[in-house]
Design a protein around this ligand. Structure first.
Ligand SMILES: Cc1cc2nc3c(=O)[nH]c(=O)nc-3n(C[C@H](O)[C@H](O)[C@H](O)COP(=O)(O)OP(=O)(O)OC[C@H]3O[C@@H](n4cnc5c(N)ncnc54)[C@H](O)[C@@H]3O)c2cc1C
Length: 407
């Protein structure tokens, strides 16, 4: 097979625009097809681009405009619901110039990535929901729900946890797994918290998990993870109104120390909840001409703080493989061998913490007994030990040629 010259990128979240920037840098012409009719807005959702994600953005020349929309987050403090400090750690890994991880509103991250793509002349088509795709002579044809189609040399599925591309590549692909948690969050001004800017405070409450961080402009960004063992029926959470959520959250956190109830009650915007899903192990990532990357291939739980960063790393690594190796099939196989172990390790680590967040009944009692002993060690270990270095110190050298991996 010859090198790919054109790529259809399905999904304009984080992996999609990052892949477009990376492919263009590698000399491949991308077009992004996004299902939403306009840029996505997501109520109360924010995330952290860890330092390894910032490093991958830097390779694409996109780190400055992206992090300009957020604030540096450098430390984490973990509390019990009784107000006991269980552990604290500064995340010691930084880039050579001292740059750390950044927390951003999801909508601002999407916007910054799309602005980067637009400024480099990359076409993004909205309202294009992938419905089907097939291999044709020398390439692929993608068909969209609006009846239109597009052709290219390769198709890169960046369409997230509930990916359509994944099922096209492998109709027997497993469905995403429900993690036993409901997530929601918000932003609030005018509430005093005893926290400095840039530190995440995480509270393992009696009935649910609460996290918050103070932005430099005084706004407090918060999220809650509510254990719910059975998966909510599709669409059922959307029927729960803001005042019901406020009431439910207030009673869940009523017995916990910390600012959770004050923050929830003072939040003026609508609250919207979503179930947390993961994609722990997808057996097939690609065919000869189609591949999935980002959450479509390997969705960790939000607990990892790494989903977005992994998606950006994927984009850089895939573009390098396509640049350096003879034909997309070899490039895809090498990419998978390079990326799968890292992604699956991060997913496993996050799942362990998730189990603690989702603990109910006897499991919660055991958790609360173990937590004061385990948590200080765990927090320091992840932030500064070998796992921390492997997690945050990952660097993809754009200039070193990629060698094909052995079967
Ligand atoms: C509450 C929450 C908190 C999180 N916190 C963090 C964090 O702190 N740090 C972190 O790194 N990660 C975090 N994550 C995970 C992170 O958001 C994801 O890992 C990341 O968004 C993955 O990027 P992606 O581009 O693969 O998928 P997405 O961002 O989900 O983008 C997929 C895109 O594909 C589009 N799409 C879907 N289907 C189709 C179709 N058929 N045709 C065309 N387009 C389609 C969607 O509209 C969307 O725009 C969090 C996730 C959640 C839910």
């Amino acid at each position: 097979m010859t090198h790919a010259r054109t790529a259809l990128i399905v999904g304009g979240g984080i992996a999609g625009p990052a892949a477009a920037l990376a492919l263009q840098k590698a000399g491949i012409d991308p077009v992004v097809y996004e299902a939403h009719p306009a840029s996505a807005e997501s109520i109360g959702a924010f995330l952290t681009v860890a330092v390894n994600g910032v490093d991958a953005l830097r390779t694409l020349g996109a780190d400055r405009p992206v992090i300009a929309a957020g604030f540096p987050t450098t430390a984490i403090t973990v509390w019990s619901g009784t107000g006991k400090r269980l552990g604290a750690a500064a995340v010691s890994m930084t880039l050579a110039d001292g740059t750390t991880g950044y927390t951003l509103k999801r909508a601002d991250l999407y916007k910054a990535m799309h602005e980067q793509a637009a400024s480099r002349g990359i076409r993004v088509e909205h309202g294009k929901s992938l419905a089907a795709a097939e291999t044709i002579s020398g390439g692929v044809r993608a068909s969209f729900a609006d009846g239109t189609s597009a052709t290219g040399d390769i198709l890169i599925g960046c369409d997230g946890t509930h990916s359509t591309a994944r099922r096209i590549i492998d109709p027997n692909a497993p469905a995403p797994e429900y993690a036993g948690l409901i997530n929601l969050g918000g932003y609030v001004r005018g509430v005093q918290v005893s926290a400095g800017p840039g530190t995440y405070h995480m509270i393992f409450g009696k009935r649910a998990f609460f996290g918050y961080a103070l932005a430099p402009d005084g706004e407090v960004w918060w999220f809650a993870n509510l254990p719910q063992p059975s998966e909510p029926a599709r669409g059922s959470l959307a029927s729960i109104g803001t005042s019901q959520w406020r009431q439910r959250l207030t009673s869940l956190f009523a017995d916990d120390a910390g600012p959770a109830t004050r923050l929830i009650q003072a939040t003026a915007h609508d609250l919207a909840a979503s179930p947390v899903h993961t994609m722990p192990r997808l057996p097939t990532w690609h065919t000869d001409r189609m591949i999935v990357i980002g959450d479509a291939a390997h969705a960790p739980s939000p607990t990892s703080g790494q989903g977005a960063s992994l998606a950006i790393e994927d984009a850089v690594q895939l573009a390098k493989c396509l640049r350096d190796l003879p034909g997309p099939d070899r490039a895809f196989a090498t990419f998978e061998q390079m990326r799968r172990p890292r992604a699956e390790k991060i997913i496993k680590q996050a799942a362990r913490v998730n189990n603690n967040k989702a603990a109910t009944g006897a499991a919660r009692i055991v958790r609360d007994m173990m937590m004061p002993v385990m948590m200080p060690v765990y927090v320091r270990f992840i932030a500064n030990g070998k796992p921390g270095r492997q997690l945050y110190g990952h660097h993809i050298d754009w200039d070193t040629p990629t060698l094909p991996m052995q079967k």
